[in-house]
Design a protein around this ligand. Structure first.
Ligand code: ADP
Length: 639
């Protein structure tokens, strides 16, 4: 009997299970029952859609048999079963091994995290068993196969026999030790308790023979009809352990928060409780129950290509699709859960589903529901909402930006941006509510961190006026605001825009006069920068700082940075139209005026370059020629 090797990653996972110090070992039972239920689902669905299997719902069940003498626990189902090939593929390797890549580089930190994060399924049996035997016969096949393994050394495969289709899994429990008593899993009370705790909603009966005791009839009275101590006999009853009502079909008022949380963690393999539970039932044009969850943390692959959005789709309690992407818009792709529709046909194919009117209706309803639940969280539990936004806010902002801004109305009130004056994230509504009477625009500033943005010279004048500024730190932020253009009729304006709309008519006239007086100097400075800037102007937004950069036109410095960080041919890099702003009230300007008037043009040109490079640095853009910049400064130092 040749021993076959596990695929490398499976072996590591197995090792982890076998040596697990995970305290919730009991979940192995839930995992095996879930697998059994899935296997029955598969066959039941086939029976319903083919119609020629002759199977009905009542034919299916899962049974649990503890055997105290042999110290075995057997879990059996009459689901779809597995062929020899299935057994090898499903149990010898981890199909979704992608999710285990994490272990290559970094050693597992905590079993608990890994078990929670990936829902290890079948292998969890090795947390309690020293040997696992799986005998399975695929539906429609007349041969059965036995897969057996005592751990990481490998597994064997042999022909076997089994009556009817389905799978029988037998666990030989590990020996008890001082710390661990595995016998508890042979105890019928304990098993019943575990099934009720974790698997109550499984929609097929989970049966177990339970020893009970009853009074032998007539033994409570003697021949004269006087009461006496009765005699008892034990008998065996085949008990159904679970209530079988799916959680989502139960009344909200009957469900405890804990049940929702447990259901979520079990079904969606998350270790943490969900941040928000949305349970809704509707009738009318679309009749369905939906049970949705917002995870408390973004899954590790959420912002990657590997992440697949979607909800489980049920038709009258039968699962017909594991991940139905059409039920969720991209901007709510973080939502997990299920929808059980009363109006969908079971036979529906994926292609047909996409065009299904019912499904479209449900999607629309869910979208509204999710939005209103998020809004209510925002209004009633700000702290929790902020936590949500830290995890998934980016997705909402992408949502505003995507599809040419088509969803901005829906999403704009869910956005948060850091406020310069409140020193915390605020909504656009809150911002507009606080705007000063004369304030024309909603101001924002971009940069890598809030701390850096706060130092930007461009924010000086606005701060002096007491205007609030939104600090944008995510790449997508400015793109999102630009596509929105306005909120509540107020335009967005970057602090780096050439016109912040701050001056009064009088101030404008004064400024124009000043520009006129220095016209030649400004043109000279611009020319000496050799086309790097479109103009050199006298700034209205600087108070104490000497220089800053602003931009004219559609592309800002921040957008230039973002766009150019994407892979693009060299020739197609974009460039913002830069404007160098100089503070006319700063001594450096007086110096420039003097140099120019004295005919010391070389010097003035050198200063222009230095100022330009300084402005770049302040903006967080690297100077083009650091060597020349350094040499220019050294020249000044030795003079
Ligand atoms: P998961 O259930 O997350 O896919 P498991 O490791 O629990 O991962 O199971 C791997 C696969 O083995 C399942 O996807 C299923 O195809 C198969 N399987 C497990 N248990 C059974 C069973 N009782 N009947 C039929 N197939 C099963």
């Amino acid at each position: 009997m040749a021993v076959k090797q596990f695929q490398a990653e499976s072996k590591r996972l197995l090792d982890l299970m076998i040596n697990s110090i995970y305290t919730h070992r009991e979940i192995f039972l839930r995992e095996l029952i879930s697998n059994a239920s899935d296997a029955i689902d598969k066959l039941y669905y086939r029976a319903l859609s083919d119609g020629d299997t002759g199977l009905s719902r009542d034919d299916f069940s899962i049974s649990i048999t503890p055997n105290k003498e042999a110290r075995t626990l057997t879990i059996e189902d009459n689901g779809c079963g597995m062929t020899a090939e299935d057994l090898e593929n499903n149990l010898g390797t981890i199909a979704k091994s992608g999710s285990l890549n994490f272990k290559k580089e970094n050693e597992p930190k905590e079993d608990i995290e890994i078990i929670g994060q990936f829902g290890v399924g079948f292998y969890s049996a090795f947390m309690v068993a020293e040997k696992v035997t799986v005998v399975s016969r695929a539906y429609g096949s007349d041969e059965a196969w036995k897969w057996e393994s005592s751990g990481a050394e490998g597994y064997t495969m042999d022909p076997a026999s089994r009556e009817g289709h389905g799978t029988t899994i037998t666990l030989v429990l590990k020996a008890n030790s001082d710390e661990n008593n595995y016998d508890e899993f042979l105890d019928t009370y304990r098993i019943r308790e575990l099934v009720r705790k974790y698997s109550d909603y499984i929609r097929y009966p989970i049966r177990m023979d339970v020893e009970k005791s009853r009074m032998i009839e007539g033994t409570d009275k003697d021949a004269d009809g006087k009461y006496k101590t009765p005699e008892y006999e034990t008998y065996t009853e085949n008990e159904v352990l679970n209530s079988m009502v799916p959680l989502w079909r139960k009344n909200k008022s009957e469900i405890k928060e804990e049940e929702y949380n447990q259901f979520y963690k079990d079904k969606f393999h998350d270790f943490s409780d969900p941040l928000l539970v949305i349970h809704s039932s509707t009738e009318g044009t679309a009749t369905y129950n939906a049970l949705l969850f917002i995870p408390s943390k973004a899954p590790y692959d959420y912002y990657s290509r590997d992440y697949e959005k979607g909800l489980q789709l049920f038709s009258n309690g039968v699962m017909i699709m594991e991940k139905c992407a059409d039920l969720l818009p991209d901007y709510f792709s973080f939502v997990r859960g299920l929808v059980d529709s009363q109006d969908l046909s079971l036979n529906i194919s994926r292609e047909m589903l996409q065009h299904d009117r019912q499904l479209k209706l449900i999607e629309g309803r869910l979208e509204k529901k999710i939005k209103s639940e998020l809004e209510s969280l925002l209004n009633h539990n700000r702290e929790k909402y902020e936590e949500f936004f830290r995890n998934f806010g980016l997705q909402l902002k992408y949502g505003v930006y995507s599809d040419y801004g088509m969803h901005k109305e829906l999403l704009q009130d869910l956005l948060l941006f850091y406020s310069s004056s409140e020193k915390k994230p605020v909504t656009l509504k809150e911002y507009v509510g606080r705007m000063k009477d004369e304030q024309k625009y909603i101001y924002y500033a971009c940069g890598e961190t809030v701390e850096r943005i706060d130092l930007l010279p461009q924010t000086e004048a606005l701060k002096e006026k007491g205007y609030e500024i939104l600090y944008l730190t995510d790449n997508v932020d400015e793109f999102a605001l630009r596509i929105m253009m306005k909120y509540d009729d107020k335009e967005f304006r970057s602090v780096s825009a050439d016109d912040l709309g701050l001056e009064t008519e009088e101030e404008k006239k004064e400024a124009e006069k000043q520009v006129e007086e220095n016209k030649d100097l400004l043109a000279f400075l611009r020319d000496s920068l050799g086309g790097k800037v479109k103009a050199v102007i006298l700034s209205q937004k600087l108070k104490s700082h000497p220089v800053c950069l602003s931009t004219e036109g559609a592309i800002s410095m921040e957008m230039e940075k973002v766009l150019n960080s994407m892979p693009m041919p060299e020739g197609e890099k974009v460039q913002a139209q830069r404007v160098l702003e100089i503070n006319a009230n700063h001594p450096i300007f007086a110096k420039l005026v003097k140099l120019y008037a004295d005919g010391n043009k070389d010097r003035a040109a050198k200063y222009a370059k230095l100022l330009y490079n300084q402005a770049l640095l302040i903006e967080g853009v690297s100077v083009e020629d650091p060597l020349a910049f350094s040499n220019d400064i050294c020249d000044l130092m030795v003079e």
